[in-house]
Design a binder for this molecule. Sequence first.
Ligand code: SAJ
Length: 425
Amino acid sequence: MKMQNSVAIIGLGYIGLPVACLCAIYGYKVYGADIDKNKIDLIKKGTCPIKDDYLEDQFKKVKGKLNVTDNLKEAIKDADIVIICVPTPVDKNYTPDLTALRSATASVSEAMKENTLIIIESTIFPGTTEEIVLPILEESNVKNFYLAHCPERIDPGNKNFTLERIPRVIGGINKDSSIKAYKFYEKIINAAIIELSSVKAAEATKIMENTFRDINIAFINEMAKSFDKAGIDIMEVIKGANTKPFAFKAHYPGVGVGGHCIPIDPYYLISKAKQIGFDHDFLILARKINESMPVYTVELLENKLKKLDESIEGAKIGVLGLTYKADVDDVRESPALKVIDILKEKKAELFIFDPYVKEKSNVKDLNELLEKSDYIILVTDHKEFKNMDLDKLKENKIKIIIDGRNCLDKEKIKGLKIDYHGIGR
Ligand code: SAJ
């Protein structure tokens, strides 16, 4: 069998770019395609378009080896393997939006050569590969191709489980497709590759693992609201429960659930299940709980202001963090954006700083934010905020701090006679 040694990656974002680098590192000829011309220009200039230590390191190793273009068919036409890593978001009604996937698949259908292996890494609901992707590929003049799903698994910022160290599951539309996909991932992943019996099983695996995370976060967020009423410190209780060596998996309450995976993926399953007559009442409730957290967090501050006979309108509020989780530059679905919208509706005066997103910050650094603010809402537990000198809160006469990630030293702040409240603590 001819060695398959060229790979085209469609979509060079948080998933596609790391995959492209990994393929180049393992000796594949790599074509990369993305509709974002700016991203293509940055990569051609040797600049990594995503701020992430691991990815920037990988990117440096393959400088000059990524043949990138904004012309998808150009990238696809000579490739033995095509990996589709395009976004699969939801629209404003939380309905899956497969526009990018359909468009990328259409380009593959028109441009692929004989015996191409097509792999979908984007997160999709069970049935997508066979019901949506396959029919588009079957319109191609090329009749011999292979098709599999290998759901992306990446944890941005995680230095232990980098891409090549995360086990993967694979499902093909037929045995030959599974085998070809298996052999490919075996070459670039230094972890277990698990071949499932069907492509639907692979699609369902990713959705389940991320939905599992969303419902567990919703559980602990509800517990936090309950403990706030009861005056119990949830972080101490989680620590206590975590001493049980089995059957408890700690999750942590916070200002909300962001990112391109966890808040989105449950809607892919909810939507598909509804089509076939099943209502995921529990998953929908969990989403409602997590989506309520930004409002809950602002209410914590507003209730304290009311007790001081202060109005939130015109209040000078510092918002610490814009990204959806610590030490990344990604603001997609970030609860910070929802907190800011709510505060703007309430006509507060906002000072916003995120060291990873300076272009969206309206003060130059943390010091300026502290100088100008009377109250603080911490949304993202960046290292810089976790390690800040808490005495500066006192020096800058901060009156109230809402710790949206329970990451600051509560006792120390209370000792400074600053009104502290976390989420459930
Ligand atoms: N969050 C909480 N409480 C928690 C955990 C997370 O509020 O206990 C919030 C985070 O602040 C963030 C959101 O939920 O806003 C998502 O957090 P995450 O750690 O799940 O971050 P992601 O979106 O980068 O998740 C990725 C996911 N990877 C893929 O979907 C391919 C997810 O599957 C992983 O479980 C996760 O990494 C991880 O950290 O393991």
